[in-house]
Design a protein around this ligand. Structure first.
Ligand code: ZN
Ligand code: ZN
Length: 400
């Protein structure tokens, strides 16, 4: 049987899919071991006071359950599928493929947006409506194509190998809570095991069996994870408060008026509400409560061309709609973002489009190397270089 080298299909696809679960299995194994080490070796075998033991166990289980719940939802939530109405019909696709010039393609895409009555404010660097030629869809605002998952995802933040899922519109809140509770879980375990860690370290405490080694490792592992989770959590809190996705932090979203890194920012309080919702009862629970439908977003500046005077008005039209969750067949997609405390990289094999360019944060430099630069755009569908055409390198550059 022929095995085509396709990361999404055939036996290679199955191998890749299985391999992609390795980081999740690793995290799960660490969580299970930490539970065993903390509950059995620390609380049951090492803590002598009954009151202290019950208090430690009670708080531990609250944090542990919230952490596990958030992680579970981040892993299994469908990140956000593009609705069928954004897909081009056969006739539209044929017309687009048969067009000969870039300006003709831009015109066709603009017509499709009007015909389908799609509200899309974002544009490519060249001023065209954003289109994904692999999914054959008009990209809604903030949606991007995930080359790992192989499809476009709503309000894509990044593809996270540790959850084997795209972090996007439907699970961004869960992801933040996963970082938050993960951080507090590690801090709690590190602080409550510190006393016993010191006793074992100084060998003044006679631990039964292998408890000494479990508690020593428990402290080291939780301290190490709390540091890395803290930096990632702080970064994402910064992004939430400024209403930016990780991708948008690397490359500002482009509108008709040009690139604007604060294009979606409505102020810190409203930005926070956009992700966590306005119901305080579920604010800190991994229950979906983000505002909007993932397709259109209130903007800082009015989108005059589309007839909107005030960005906030757009919440009222489709306000508080909840996206359907958990569609198992959709759990894959986009460029791999490798994030750690020193390095953040977005790797994508194809670099034709605004979101598919290769971006790299150089370790420790704070500088960004990008394969493309955002220039000033003339409102409407006019190319950035002013020559009336867009650069083409083998493919239609309106595809982005
Ligand atoms: Zn796509
Ligand atoms: Zn993905």
């Amino acid at each position: 049987m022929e095995c085509k080298v396709n990361p999404h299909r055939g036996c290679c696809g199955i191998c890749v899919k299985t391999f992609k679960w390795t980081p999740v299995l690793l995290i799960s194994a660490i969580i299970i071991w930490s539970y065993y080490a903390y509950v059995f070796h620390l609380c049951i075998l090492s803590v002598q006071s009954e009151i202290v033991r019950y208090l430690l166990l009670a708080f531990y289980h609250i944090i542990f359950l919230l952490f596990l719940w958030s992680y579970w939802r981040t892993v299994w939530a469908s990140p956000g599928k593009i609705p069928a109405r954004y897909r081009l019909s056969f006739e539209q696709l044929e017309k687009l493929e048969n067009s000969e010039t870039d300006s003709e393609q831009r015109h066709i895409l603009s017509q499709i947006v009007v015909e389908k009555d799609l509200h899309v404010s974002m544009r490519t660097l060249h001023g065209s409506v954003r289109y994904c030629d692999r999914c054959t869809v008009i990209k809604p605002d903030r949606a991007h194509h995930c080359s790992v998952c192989g499809s476009c995802v709503l309000k894509m933040d990044h593809h996270c190998p540790w959850v084997n899922n795209c972090v996007a519109f439907n699970n961004y809140k869960f992801f933040i809570l996963f970082l938050f509770y993960g951080f507090f879980y590690c801090v709690y375990v590190a602080l409550s095991s510190f006393k016993y860690f010191l006793q074992f370290w100084a060998s003044s405490f006679d631990a039964p069996g292998q408890s000494k080694f479990h508690i020593l490792f428990l402290f080291f592992v939780s301290a190490m994870f709390s540091l890395s989770l803290c930096s990632l959590l702080c970064y994402h809190i910064h992004l939430v408060l400024n209403n930016r996705t990780t991708l948008e932090a690397f490359r500002a979203p482009v509108f008709r008026r040009g690139p604007d890194k604060n294009g979606f920012s409505l102020g810190k309080s409203l930005n926070l509400q956009e992700v966590f919702g306005d119901d305080w009862k579920v604010f800190m629970l991994p229950i979906f409560s983000s505002l909007g439908d993932g397709l259109s977003y209130p903007e800082r500046l009015p989108d005059i061309e589309m007839g909107y005077k005030d960005g906030n008005e757009r919440w009222d039209e489709e306000d508080h709609e909840r996206m359907p969750m958990l569609e198992p067949e959709d759990e894959e997609r986009m460029p791999m973002l490798i994030q750690d405390t020193n390095t953040t990289r977005i790797l994508q094999p194809d670099s034709e489009s605004d979101d598919e360019a290769e971006l790299m944060m150089m370790p420790g430099s704070g500088g960004m190397v990008s394969s493309g630069t955002a220039g000033t755009l003339i409102p409407g569908l006019i190319s950035r270089d002013g020559a009336g055409g867009m650069h083409s390198n083998g493919q239609n550059s309106v595809y982005s």
